[in-house]
Design a protein. Structure first.
Length: 64
């Protein structure tokens, strides 16, 4: 899932996190074979979010 950098804000991150969690629950119930793959993807998405949000906050603080 590609999300453009400029669309990041805290509210948006929460929506994406909630969407990831709901997708995981649905996947667990209906497609348990694919669950481990979905966990991996969700983990990568969440990691990307945290890193990009951190970078954005640093940019604000350092005034780039």
């Amino acid at each position: 899932i590609f999300i453009p950098y400029y669309s990041w804000d805290k509210g948006f991150s929460v929506k994406v996190l909630a969407g990831s969690v709901i997708t995981l629950i649905v996947t667990r119930i209906f497609f348990s074979d694919y669950f481990s793959v979905m966990v991996l993807f969700a983990g990568l998405i969440i990691l990307y979010q945290v890193v990009s949000l951190g970078v954005k906050e640093l940019m604000k603080v350092r005034d780039f």
